[in-house]
Design a protein around this ligand. Structure first.
Ligand SMILES: *Cc1c(COP(=O)(O)O)cnc(C)c1O
Length: 806
């Protein structure tokens, strides 16, 4: 197939003149307006189209090269993508940032005002969704044929506002104005079934769904950096079939009833679910998961068939990565397609399925290991439950054969939990139906194989590998921090570090270069000034991430109150600090929302007290997202990574901050350990219990009140909170810490607060701090998501690059 139909594609110019010509042409012919009457939104959408065209041309060449190569594809299935703003990315990757600015100005448009109209698609909650986006970025940069599959939620992650200090959630209608970056592909629409029953016809099982919904795809371009490759992320949106509109009822004036079936169908892709969902929404969430899986697998099969005729080749042409358990229904769904629809025998199908799929586990919290009620799954997906039972029977035979008479083990490993209610265990299904299961940091993988998935590790040790997370240096260094990027390129004499981040090690000798050092400090200062929160001379102490008790924002808050008390007591000898919090709490997560409320109350008090002037400021900009992360991270001096050891799978915020020269204060948790190993113990502020100590303490007789009784500063901080000095929520937060303290906040308090004094001492010696900061950047090149993808390729995907001619 010649995707160009014999026509040479016109290479679109990247000079200011060529860009301007196309901009005007697009304004007239595609937007249908003129320079004189164009609104800012007209200008923005026209700009987006003009940039997009330049990537679309590369996309067409990429598709042709991939088609010709018939390679092994990497398909990434994820319920979440936190892609970040598209305009700045696509300007950078198409090499048109300067030309666009010049062209816009020549037409009388204000480039910054227009760029501000770009809305980030917030189709994810946090780290898991951002990892998906970083991996796609690296796959394209490394010329790997890959497609990301996800859901095009109408409403993304909620917008956070503060009303009297409380989190209020507002719907995020991100595509309200239309999304100029998207390519709809209605021809590739799929039909998805739900409910109904199964029967056996001529030896084959047939599922007759009771309800069908259409899945309509559109895609966004995922350009590679420094290469012609442009991959895509394909997002599915649920649509009612035409027949679901009831014309008779409409004619009878029953308007709501006339559309109720259509509304129910379209609800499937209406909202991104918060991670802690309520029981009421459970079935809808399960529907979302199957919707994603069903549409994506049919699309993958369609793509396979373009070049291949034999199912025996399927696994060698297809590697599907399951990002956490949300898409794990893909395992029984592919079995169903192969056995019921294609007529393969069970064993052949199972061998293909197992060789096709791999699974990334993202958690250690037992409550986050997904299960679905057997009743619900059986009603919604009757054939899939049958298939899960069949898989389970084979699994349990294998377990019994290997561990005779170990009934307890059989019960633990079963795909079906029996007590207290019957549930399907999605993580067990994921490990059983894949070639590899990976954790996302060294400690995480080690804990997975020794705790949560230990039985499976005993049975199949070779299935487990570690792939430490990473972040895109394009997004989180180059786009987030153009100043430091220019300085790094200058220092290294090349910008090749953007696609080979190990080159950052070349910065280490520059710690001896006085001019480089002073420019490094100037950049940090300028970034803080640009952020505009607090005095740029003060140490900017940053804790940005989702609010969760295990992440321990409450520990940071106790430190803030302790500093405040020290200031009030007079003779304060700490350095001036701006403490910045950022992050959202799941709407139903009461305890996390209390902590947000309390932080805002403390901030109001501290900032209003003249005693703190020039010493301590607490800021909490609302609605932490990629856009805000890109402003905060380059300005940060200190990175707070203070989760209870053994709870954070990896973290990626820790990597972004360290790469941008922030020093970390942290526990031995997640990837903090690997960061510390690389930057050196002298350049990292370690505190607190390690994972083994924390586990021992938690499983013994931990008494938080002993710490309260023994530590005067801790007592003072908890007392003012309990006494309601910062409002009523304080009592709840303090009581939870004093009575349960599930995450050992009080046990780690003294170690943390004392280590913060070492931070002060380091900051006072600005020369020392600068050295530490430069070394953090120089030594964290390992945390590029390019390295992560290289690890996935070596250990899991075994796919090769396909070069696209420039
Ligand atoms: C990186 C990132 C996260 C993940 O942060 P952690 O500190 O690893 O939890 C969450 N949200 C946004 C917007 C991010 O950019």
């Amino acid at each position: 197939m010649d995707l160009r139909n014999g026509v040479e594609l016109r290479s679109l110019g990247t000079s200011p003149a060529a860009f301007k010509e196309d901009l005007l042409s697009n304004l007239y012919y595609r937007r249908g307006t003129t320079v004189e009457s164009a609104s800012a939104q007209d200008a923005y959408e026209t700009l987006a189209l003009t940039v997009r065209d330049r990537l679309a041309e590369r996309r067409a060449r990429t598709a042709a090269a991939h088609y010709a190569a018939n390679p092994r594809w990497v398909y990434y299935l994820s319920a979440e993508y936190l892609l970040g703003p598209q305009l700045e990315q696509n300007l950078l990757y198409s090499g048109t940032a300067e030309a666009a600015r010049t062209a816009l100005e020549a037409c009388g448009f204000a480039p910054d005002e227009i760029a501000a109209l770009d809305v980030e698609p917030g189709l994810g909650n946090g780290g898991l969704g951002r990892l998906a986006a970083c991996l796609l970025d690296s796959l394209a940069t490394m010329d790997i044929p890959a497609v990301g599959y996800g859901i095009r939620y109408d409403l993304g992650i909620f917008k956070q506002e503060f009303h009297d200090g409380r989190q209020v959630e507002r719907p995020d209608d991100w595509a309200f104005q239309g999304d100029p970056w998207e390519f709809p592909a209605p021809d590739d629409r799929q039909v998805v079934g739900f409910y109904g029953s199964t029967s056996v016809v001529g030896g084959r099982t047939v599922w007759t769904p009771g309800e069908t919904v259409l899945g309509e795809p559109s895609h966004l371009l995922v350009p590679g950096y420094g290469t012609a490759t442009v991959n895509i992320v394909r997002l599915w949106r649920a649509q009612a079939s035409e027949a679901s509109f009831d014309l008779t009822r409409f004619a009878a004036g029953q308007y709501a009833e006339a559309v109720q079936d259509a509304v129910r169908a379209e609800n499937i892709s209406k909202v991104l679910y918060p991670d802690d969902s309520t029981p009421a929404g459970r079935e809808l969430r399960l529907k979302q998961q199957y919707f994603l899986v069903s549409c994506s697998l049919r699309d993958i099969v369609r793509r396979f068939r373009l070049r291949n005729g034999d199912w025996a080749d399927f696994a060698s042409k297809t590697a599907i990565q399951l990002n956490d358990t949300h898409p794990v229904l893909a395992i029984p769904e592919l079995m169903r397609l192969l056995v019921d629809e294609e007529g393969l025998d069970w064993d052949h199908a199972w061998s293909l399925v197992r060789r096709t799929f791999n699974y990334t586990c993202h958690t250690l919290l037992p409550e986050a290991l997904e299960t679905w009620p057997v009743d619900m799954l059986g009603r919604l997906l009757p054939r899939h439950l049958e298939i899960i039972y069949l898989i389970n029977a084979e699994l349990l035979d294998e377990v019994r054969a290997r561990f005779p008479d170990d009934l307890d083990r059989v019960r633990r490993m079963s795909l079906i939990q029996e007590e207290p209610t019957r549930q399907v265990r999605m993580a067990n299904l994921a490990v059983t139906g894949t070639t590899r299961t990976n954790g996302v940091a060294a400690l995480h993988t080690q804990l997975l194989t020794s705790t949560v998935l230990r039985d499976f590790h005993d049975l199949w040790p070779d299935r487990f590998v570690n792939v430490t997370n990473g972040v895109s240096p394009r997004r989180f260094v180059r786009l987030a921090d153009p100043l430091v990027s220019a300085l790094i390129s200058d220092g290294l004499g090349t910008d090749r570090w953007l696609s080979d981040l190990s080159l950052l090690s070349g910065l280490a000798p520059l710690v001896a270069d006085a001019s480089f050092r002073s420019r490094w400090r100037d950049v940090k200062r300028a970034n803080k000034a640009a952020l505009g929160l607090g005095d740029p001379a003060a140490l900017l102490d940053v804790m940005v991430k989702r609010f969760h008790e295990y992440k321990r924002q409450q520990l940071k808050l106790l430190h803030v109150i302790t500093l405040y008390h020290r200031i009030l007591a007079g003779g304060y000898d700490g350095v001036p600090r701006t403490v910045l919090f950022g992050g959202k709490a799941a709407p139903a997560y009461h305890a996390a929302k209390n902590i947000i409320h309390l932080i805002n109350a403390v901030a109001a008090r501290v900032n209003a007290d003249p005693a703190t002037d020039g010493l301590l400021t607490v800021v909490f900009p609302a609605n932490y997202n990629i856009t805000l992360a890109e402003r905060v991270i380059p300005a940060a001096d200190l990175s707070e990574q203070i989760s209870m050891a053994g709870k954070e799978a990896s973290g990626t915020g820790n990597m972004k901050l360290s790469l941008n020269g922030a020093l970390t204060i942290g526990t031995l948790d997640g990837a903090n350990i690997e960061i510390r190993d690389r930057v050196g113990a002298d350049n990292f502020f370690l505190f607190g219990l390690n994972a083994a100590e924390a586990l021992t303490l938690r499983s013994g007789d931990y008494r938080p009140r002993d710490h309260y009784a023994a530590d005067g500063e801790l007592r003072a901080a908890l007392d003012v909170i309990s006494a309601g000095a910062f409002g009523g929520v304080g009592q709840e937060v303090a009581a939870s810490l004093l009575d349960r303290d599930e995450y050992l906040t009080l046990a780690d308090y003294r170690s943390y607060v004392d280590r913060q004094s070492d931070v002060d001492a380091a900051w006072r010696d600005q020369e020392r701090w600068t050295t530490m900061s430069i070394l953090n950047t120089a030594r964290t090149g390992y945390f590029s998501s390019d390295r992560t993808v290289a690890d996935y390729l070596t250990h899991i995907w075994h796919a090769s690059p396909v070069r696209v001619d420039a």
